[in-house]
Ligand binder design. Sequence first.
Ligand code: ZN
Length: 220
Amino acid sequence: MLRRRISPGAIACFTTREWGNLASQVAHDPAELVANRARLTAELGELAWMTEVHGTNVIVVDEPGERGDADGLVVHAPGLSPAVIMADCLPLLLANETGSVRAAVHIGRRGLVDGVVPEALRVIRELTDEQVYGVIGPSICGGCYEVSAELSEEAAAVHGAATTRWGTPSIDLAAGVRNQLDGVSYSEIDICTFESEQLFSYRRDAVTGRFAGIAVLDTP
Ligand SMILES: [Zn+2]
């Protein structure tokens, strides 16, 4: 598990490969998925999950389990943590100063361009006046995420256009997200999922699991 402080009251946790697949969409063995999620709940407490659909829908939830289609989950309850799953897309974990409001956001190419990040910040700021903090989690980097020239150009509108290590058009999700974190105090876990064997990568492995990012209240 990779851990990083989000704010004085919240911690970001990212599961590594040893925690297994955590996504229902790609579960080859449903019993294994249930066991993996139970193990994570035992470690971190009750978790709320979403079905990521590459949209901009951000929902506030107060119950554990599957909470439906969304790309951002916001939790405003102490005994519950929002989780996001991915392999290559970017997990962004956000929290206010005290950790009373925490969010998990899923950002792929579509969500970056369509504005899921500003939408998440809007929803959070409706719930809290405190400073907002963030951790940009591991994702495929701009040096690896090759796309068509057209898609790269589209991402340029949100400062997410880049070039691969081999000189072709790409998207830098983290750069685009940084550009949208208006007023947020953030840090970054600089690991590329495509290059790190520690994490799942859809582009590298094709048939693969998904890892999770969770924004946990840091109870003293
Ligand atoms: Zn990379």
